[in-house]
Design a protein around this ligand. Structure first.
Ligand SMILES: Cc1ncc(COP(=O)(O)O)c(C=O)c1O
Length: 392
């Protein structure tokens, strides 16, 4: 019997049920389903959650990323640098626009793209000429995509400084990090609003989840916001006139209406995730080195705003046995991600790697239940079960 599920969206829905159903009914009464005023309001609200700039609603985080790559003219003959330890879509989108994904290994503490490895990549693997950076194979390096994995921002000051030196734009993958803050030397910044371009996902299990697929592209630049808006609607501007080839990447009114109802709760939900994370940390601290806790590099400066704990991911020895033991106790867990992307069959042609830190992480990571409605006694039950396993 399940005692502590990995997540349970119904618990979030029940207290909001009536107001969300009213919103859905209002959209149905209106019979206007594509983009519209609700999407525009959501775009303004999300831009403000990201600390300013522009936000452009899209049909998913994947589509928001694709839009940004298209808007930057990324395609055949280009390379885009990213982490091999991420959800597939970060890399899939690069390949889908015709560019070549290039991996840089992660920092074993944060599991995010390592600035030191990125510096090495540019210094050892690239040549610069007339302000353009090329890989040894002659591909133009068009962008770097750091991923704020599990809700923790990357070391963006370092990454941006390196990329600025080489004149390569940074696109933040903030799909898992809405509301997470970063202590930049220029002041506190928010995921999706740290660099020039970024994107968020509202996949249902995200900290702010829609009732289906939805996402948002973010940018500091008005020209980019305008281009993204045109591209998400077949490159059409004005009606039935197409200067660019875009696609259908539009956000539904219905999803925007639902997200607007959920957004006021986001800060409280993220705080609760932080409290659960601190509970796990206190209970599991003695189990090092069998259990390695997630790093909180910004915790001292920013406390709960420095990590939004989309996932609470520990690194463990004997992962398979522990997972089975927890399943036997009625506790759900997940593995994000069991295979580093450089090892995925579809990317065998890249002949990339090895990436020892990403590959080691893929063998050891285990995500524990973390969602705002988990009770303290459920968290304690999970922590006790893990302790019992390692003390057996
Ligand atoms: C790191 C990361 N990037 C991109 C995405 C893509 O977002 P979506 O599922 O909304 O397309 C996700 C979604 O899971 C993600 O976790």
């Amino acid at each position: 019997m399940t005692k502590v599920p990995f997540f349970d969206l119904k618990k979030q829905f029940i207290p909001l049920r009536d107001e969300i159903l009213d919103e859905i009914a209002a959209v149905c009464d209106d019979q206007a389903f594509i983009l519209g005023a609700k999407v525009e309001v959501l775009e303004r609200e999300i831009a403000s959650v990201c600390g300013g700039g522009y936000a452009i609603g899209a049909s998913s985080g994947t589509d928001a990323q694709t839009l940004i790559l298209m808007a930057l003219g990324v395609g055949a003959g280009d390379a885009v640098v990213t982490t091999p330890f991420t959800f597939f879509s970060t890399v899939g989108c690069i390949a889908r626009v015709g560019a070549r994904p290039v991996f840089v290994d992660i920092d074993p503490e944060t599991l995010n793209l390592s600035p030191a490895r990125l510096e090495e990549f540019f210094a050892r693997e690239c040549t610069s000429q007339e302000g353009k950076v090329r890989t040894r194979g002659g591909l133009l390096v068009k962008a770097v995509i750091p991923v704020h994995l599990f809700g923790l921002c990357c070391e963006m000051d370092e990454i941006q400084a390196i990329c600025a030196r080489y004149g390569v734009p940074v696109i933040e993958d903030a799909a898992q990090a809405i509301g997470a803050e970063y202590p930049s030397e220029e002041g506190t910044k928010r995921a999706g609003g740290i660099g020039e371009f970024g994107y968020l996902s509202f996949y249902p299990t995200k900290n702010l989840g829609a009732f289906g697929d939805a996402g948002m592209a973010t940018t500091k630049h008005a020209w980019m916001a305008q281009r993204l808006k045109v591209l998400r609607n077949h490159g059409m501007e004005p009606k039935y006139h197409h200067e660019f080839v875009g696609g259908n990447f539009r956000l539904d009114t219905l999803q925007a209406a639902i997200l607007l109802k959920k957004l006021p709760h986001l800060a409280r939900w993220s705080q609760r995730r932080w409290a659960i994370a601190q509970h796990y940390r206190a209970e599991l601290a003695d189990l090092e080195p069998d259990v390695r806790l997630p790093s909180e590099p910004f915790g001292k400066v920013l406390a709960e705003r420095g990590h939004i704990y989309h996932q609470f991911v520990v690194r463990v020895t004997r992962r398979k046995e522990l997972r089975e033991y927890l399943r036997g106790c009625g506790i759900g867990t997940e593995i994000y991600y069991p295979v580093s992307i450089n090892r995925q069959k579809c990317f065998a042609y890249l002949e990339a790697g090895p990436f020892p830190e990403a590959e080691a992480a893929a063998e050891q990571v285990l995500a524990l239940p973390i969602f705002p409605e988990l009770t303290d006694s459920e968290v304690q039950f999970v922590a006790d079960a893990i302790a019992a396993f390692f003390k057996e």
